[in-house]
Design a protein around this ligand. Structure first.
Ligand code: G6P
Length: 612
């Protein structure tokens, strides 16, 4: 997490940096700061706890001139989110400033050694240790800023994306990355850098994605140069961005989250384009790796958060249609679980951002053990997309609201196509089934449009439930993960505690919680287990619990039982998680808005979790 922006060029850059920070706020919003080199080569440093808007207010009466600068929006890891711990951090003699995304794991040892050499520290952060180390090396070795940064990074264990400026080398920014993303934008008479391309797209579509262990030397009026941490030159691969500025704006919606919920008919069209052809599913990632998929003995899915929920649905899909044993692991657990992985295993890594540190680490382990790693990512060119052997992008466009919505439906859609494509290859799914699912996938955008018509009704309903302190979400089969995801959405943005459970497991614990104060959301579209879920609903009603049921249109039986119903169009069972997620997203959204919560930037959360 944390967002970095940098600029070097001919223009006054304060507004460029601030605008960039706003774009990166989804990565963390505990504090923000900016460091600018003014015309006398002094570094002016301003920082403030809270969001970027607080920094802007703080800077209103300050000198913010300068054509070289670095800026940061923070998700706190070391030290509380106050002004002192905010980035940029300065070296002891205030010559060098740094912004950093990541964590320096050996910072305590380094800090102790620096203290013994007379360094004094102002903050509790690991980042200040790095800038002090750079200055210490620069002064002791009487070397250049570049050499000092390179040597310091060789001492460091951990993850970083950094940008460093030095008042004694005023026309230069040194940037480097290891396990945390960094993109450099090549403009006319200007170079930009940022944690992702969104702050850059207004100015140029020419970008360079820095690789791990690379250091960029960005100088005013000179071409970009990149070296490896062992001092060898690196190739510079300039790529053209396909992002557009309008994709990054709210487009008339009050929140990004609502915009992204309503975008889903279109994002699903983009997701399936060229992949559902003549009632067949065609995924190049599967076709290019036929042997791997034919011979796979087992699939292990690794992911975090919402992507993990998509992974649980993927498991059902792969078992049903590709007939391969599947395990789903939290990436954070998998990486430390000493996993048994065989060369004919396939590891599928699912990640919206493509930057989640735990998922990246899980990929590394899988690769070391010889597995073939397949990525399901949204952000094109992201670290996970690049670290995997092959994969399928979900192509749902930038997701800015911290609570994932359109990425989830994109992930489940890709996993459906993946399961069918592998099934076609292995002969485990018949043509009729393939055709039926292919047709239904094609209809999904229209069916989602239909489900979105529930918006007003859900808005009205949400008034009734803002009082609740707890919610239970129950579902079975394909929709047990939908229950988990529905509960996660609600707790993330409304701060109401919510639990997702398999409906039949209710009797082994959660039933004890049920009374008139605990609303239960049943995800109960007409499917194989329909009769069974009806009896679960009866058990809740018998104990005085209020029931909100997401049902297939026309399901009179549940309509007669539930206190509130949300009707969705009929769809094959395996695609129902996509459709039921629409009312669940809207319910969480409207309850959170009624409670006055900041739905796009919920407290303590960040969208891209690039630390452990
Ligand atoms: C964070 C986000 C979630 C996301 C999870 C995994 O917790 O707030 O929305 O599901 O990270 O992120 P990824 O980018 O790997 O899907």
């Amino acid at each position: 997490m944390c967002g970095i922006v940098g600029y070097i060029g001919d223009e006054q850059c304060y507004q460029i940096l601030i605008k960039g920070l706003h774009r990166l706020e989804y990565r963390g919003y505990d504090s923000a700061g900016v460091a600018l080199i003014d015309s006398n080569n002094n570094i002016n440093l301003y920082k403030s706890h809270g969001k970027v808007a607080a920094l802007e207010k703080f800077c209103e009466s300050k000198d913010v001139t300068g054509t070289i600068g670095i800026a940061h929006t923070r998700w706190a890891t070391h030290g509380e989110p106050n002004d002192v711990n905010a980035h940029p951090h300065m070296s002891q003699d205030s010559n060098i400033a740094i912004v950093h995304n990541g964590t320096i794991e050996n910072y305590k040892v380094l800090k102790q050694a620096l203290i013994e050499h007379g360094c004094e520290f102002r903050s509790e952060t690991d980042t200040e240790v790095l800038v002090q180390l750079i200055e210490y090396i620069k002064n002791s070795n009487k070397c250049s800023l570049l050499s000092a940064v390179r040597e310091a990074l060789n001492e460091v264990i951990g993850a970083y994306a950094i940008a460093v400026i030095d008042k004694n080398t005023p026309n230069t920014i040194i940037a480097a990355r290891k396990s945390s993303p960094l993109v450099i934008g090549i403009g006319e008479n200007a170079t930009y850098l940022a944690s992702d391309a969104t702050p850059i797209i207004d100015y140029t579509n020419k970008v360079v994605y820095l690789n791990d262990d690379e250091i960029a030397i960005i100088k005013k009026d000179e071409p970009l140069s990149v070296i490896k941490s062992n001092n060898e030159p690196s190739n510079i691969d300039i790529q053209t961005l396909k992002l557009s500025v309008s994709q990054l704006e709210k487009g008339g919606y009050p929140h990004f989250m609502l915009k992204e919920i309503f975008e889903q008919p279109n994002t699903l069209r983009d997701c399936i384009r060229g992949r559902v052809v003549n009632d067949q599913i065609q995924l190049s990632g599967v076709m290019d790796n036929k042997e791997r998929f034919m011979n796979a003995k087992r699939i292990i899915i690794v992911a975090c958060g919402t992507s993990w929920h998509a992974g649980l649905i993927g498991k059902r899909l792969l078992i049903d249609y590709a007939r391969i044993p599947v395990e789903v692991e939290y990436a954070s657990e998998f990486r430390y679980s000493n996993p048994v992985i065989n060369p004919d295993d396939i590891v599928i890594a699912i990640s919206q951002s493509g930057e989640t540190a735990d998922t990246l680490a899980a990929i590394q382990i899988a690769k070391e053990k010889g597995a073939f790693v397949y990525g399901v990512c949204n952000v094109v060119g992201s670290s996970i997309a690049r670290a995997t052997d092959s994969g399928t992008y979900i192509h749902v466009g930038p997701e800015i609201g911290v609570a994932s919505t359109k990425a989830f439906t994109g992930q489940v859609t890709v996993l459906t196509m993946l399961a069918i494509a592998i099934g076609q290859l292995r002969g485990t799914v018949d043509d009729q089934t393939v055709a039926k699912i292919a047709q239904s996938i094609r209809q999904m955008p229209e069916l989602i449009t239909e489900a979105l018509k529930l918006n007003k009704e859900i808005e009205r309903l949400s008034y009734t439930f803002t009082y609740a302190h707890n919610f239970l979400y129950l579902g079975r089969g394909y929709n047990f993960p939908s229950a988990l995801e529905g509960a996660l959405k609600l707790k993330e943005i409304s701060y109401i505690h919510a639990e997702g459970y398999p409906a039949a497991e209710m009797k082994h614990g959660p039933i004890a919680l049920i009374d008139h104060e605990l609303p239960t959301v049943f995800i109960a579209p007409s499917d194989e287990l329909h009769e069974k879920i009806i009896s679960n609903i009866q058990q809740v009603k018998a104990r005085g619990g209020a029931v909100i049921a997401v049902i297939t249109k026309g399901d009179q039986e549940i309509a007669n039982l539930a206190n509130f119903i949300l009707e969705i169009p009929e769809v094959p069972e395996c695609l129902s998680p996509i459709l039921v997620s629409i009312p669940l997203q809207l319910l969480a959204y409207h309850i959170a808005v009624k409670k006055g919560c900041n739905v796009d930037m919920p407290r303590n959360l960040a969208k891209s979790v690039t630390v452990e």
